[in-house]
Design a binder for this molecule. Structure first.
Ligand code: TRP
Length: 335
């Protein structure tokens, strides 16, 4: 890419709820570090999305800063990547309002996440839960985003975002860049420790995942209890031996060699030893990140300055799109 060529924009929104897992780290976070020189990356902590379900204010406040610290501790340079809180850039909510007027009730009613969340929170089916995908579309479109790394669960929302953008552009000209999904090339899929046919997820019970901030004893205990199988052979075979293969995949993803080599090295050894080795590899991989996290979270002034600075930069970018949109729809000019 030439010096003066504009880099493509990658936008990702992360909910400040729950913990991040080893699966998030291997499948997403860690790969983000490799993007920071080639793309303009925006990592938005989506606190406005988070309040579509009831939150404890003190916890929400704390988790926003923790998330920023985890991102930085994973190796994302806050001078190269925009890491900030959604609620600090008012353009998100303002654009969402306008886009609400270009989105149909029928479209929103078809969103599977809305159906699932309203079933799970039957006592609080609020309008924000319903228009959640419109706020997400605003997040993305505000920055003229080219690429959005999304898992399968967010694909439908991204499709809707594209539809809204195309609909708007059809009326007013080329206002929004039409974003595409971004599937990272590499990154092993890490499975649940208890049901290794399922992806590791923070929404499952505690003992099914390793949290990025789990201490060594917790990691040891969780891996010791990981489900394996009864044939006793260490071999990479995700189809027939999902538990054992998952442990091999975890080690391999964390730099212990390719799965076949690790398996060959451990021929004749028992599962106890496989688990011990996996535990060592995981602890060793996470400890620098955890140490850095600890250092950062103790330095609130620094974290605050990072999210303040980055929100300022984000705001300037957001206003460019927002002002254009406001003009296009016919809002009176500002003096
Ligand atoms: N809805 C996303 C999730 O739950 C979070 C999100 C909000 C997002 N805005 C976004 C993801 C914009 C990508 C782009 O995971």
């Amino acid at each position: 890419m030439g010096e003066n060529e504009k880099k493509q924009v990658i936008f990702s929104g992360i909910q400040p709820s729950g913990t991040l897992t080893l699966g998030n780290y291997i499948g997403a976070l860690r790969n983000f570090v490799k993007l920071q020189d080639d793309y303009d990356c925006i990592y938005c902590i989506v606190d406005e999305h988070a309040i579509t379900v009831r939150q404890n204010p003190a916890d929400l406040r704390r988790r926003c800063l923790e998330l920023a610290a985890i991102y930085i501790a994973s190796g994302l340079d806050p001078k190269k990547n925009l890491i900030y809180c959604q609620s600090h850039v008012s353009g998100h909510a303002e654009l969402a309002w306008i886009l609400n007027c270009f989105t149909y009730m029928g479209e929103l009613s078809r969103m599977t996440q809305f159906k699932a969340k309203s079933a799970a929170h039957a006592d609080n089916i609020n309008a924000g839960l319903f228009t959640y995908p419109v706020l997400m579309a605003a997040d993305i479109l505000l920055y003229q985003t080219n690429l959005v790394p999304v898992g399968v669960d967010q694909k439908q929302h991204l499709e809707l975002c594209r539809d809204i953008a195309q609909r708007f552009n059809a009326v007013y000209g080329d206002v929004f860049t039409i974003p595409e999904g971004y599937i990272p090339k590499i990154g092993a899929k890490i499975m649940s420790l208890q049901e290794p046919e399922k992806k590791m997820s923070k929404s499952d019970p505690e003992d099914t995942y390793i949290a990025l901030l789990d201490d060594p004893d917790t990691i040891r205990r969780k891996i010791r209890r990981a489900v394996t199988d009864s044939d006793g052979e260490i071999r990479f075979d995700p189809e027939n031996k999902p538990g054992v293969s998952n442990l091999l995949a975890i080690m391999s993803a964390l730099g212990a060699g390719d799965v076949e080599t690790i398996a060959a090295d451990m021929q004749g050894k028992g599962y106890g030893e496989l688990k011990n080795r996996t535990t060592e590899v995981v602890i060793e991989a996470l400890s620098p990140l955890q140490a850095e996290f600890k250092r950062l979270i103790a330095d609130k002034a620094y974290l605050q300055s990072v999210i303040d600075e980055n929100a300022k930069t984000a705001n300037a970018l957001a206003l460019r799109t927002l002002r254009k949109v406001q003009k296009k729809v016919g809002f009176a000019p500002r003096g």
